[in-house]
Design a protein around this ligand. Structure first.
Ligand code: M1P
Length: 269
């Protein structure tokens, strides 16, 4: 059952494929972008969880993954052994929080304001077919910058994405930021439809692997087979670093249906 309580799964150390974990990107890997995962996907994840450990690693914040994977009565932390939001800056293991980290702590208020002021000034000077609200979202481990604004509707998102493919709005802003702040140690990642993420270099999705590696000390389990499934595994995509990391076995998927097909083949589900 997709909504089985965490208690019905064998403890991590008793899973048949001990030492194996499957980590999943969220948008376009487990669910259509910004939408809910299908019952079929939740069902197959539940079956997989009886065999090995499972986790998600998303760029978005926890609340969005709760909306996309959980439901009002089902906490997303009950559906996965490991939940890594914001690339693992916010992390849960078996429903309990793990140590976090923060972007503002790392960058400091002064440099942060320089950055934000530059972005807002830049955005105030460009014209787009539409602008909405929330151009910068302040998250625990990163900021998310959206030229159209995060309040855009799905139709407005689709329109911006098509416009951006032709006019490179996001790419140009990223280039301007790289030029303006070359010594800030920041990475810029265009992962979704309308925005890009800005975070300290190294705080990409590989960040979450430290929580997996810590399992050796925590529970004695050494995860030697870390499968990662993602749709943006190309250079510049936000799955690229973890997909190519020597610690993982990378699987590039086209969409959630493709993920299901691969899981059935790989794990005999
Ligand atoms: O998970 C991919 C991206 O999803 C969202 O992007 P957008 O709103 O542009 O479609 C954001 O939450 C972004 O942070 C994330 O990387």
């Amino acid at each position: 059952m997709a909504t089985e309580a965490a208690g019905v799964y064998p403890p991590l150390e008793k899973r048949p494929l001990q030492g194996t974990i499957c980590l999943f990107d969220v948008d376009e890997t487990l669910s259509p972008a910004r939408r809910h995962a299908s019952p079929e996907m939740l069902e197959i994840l539940s079956r997989l969880r009886h065999k090995c450990a499972i986790g998600f690693v998303g760029g978005s914040n926890f609340q969005k993954q709760q909306e996309q994977l959980g439901s009002p009565s089902v906490p997303v932390t009950s559906l996965f052994d490991f939940c890594f939001s914001e690339n693992g800056l916010t992390a849960y293991r078996l429903g309990k929080p793990l140590a976090g980290n923060s972007f503002i702590q790392w960058l400091g208020e002064e440099k942060y304001q320089e950055l934000v002021n530059f972005i807002l000034r830049y955005l105030s000077e460009i014209k787009l077919p539409k602008k909405r609200g929330t151009f910068i979202e302040f998250r625990t481990g990163m900021i998310n910058v959206s030229p159209i604004g995060r309040n855009a509707t799905q139709a407005e998102r689709d329109e911006f994405e098509a416009y951006d493919k032709v006019h490179n709005v996001r790419k140009n802003l990223v280039e301007a930021l790289k030029q303006k702040f070359p010594d800030y140690g920041l990475t810029y990642s265009i992962g979704g439809q309308i925005s890009f993420d800005v975070f300290p270099t190294g705080w990409d999705k590989t960040y979450c692997l430290r929580h997996i590696e810590a399992e050796k000390e925590r529970s004695g389990i050494e995860y030697k087979n870390i499968h990662f499934f993602g749709d943006k595994c190309f250079p510049g995509g936000n799955d690229y670093e973890i997909y190519t990391d020597p610690r993982t076995i990378g699987h590039a998927v086209e969409n959630p249906e493709h993920t299901i097909k691969l899981l059935k083949e790989l794990f005999d589900l």
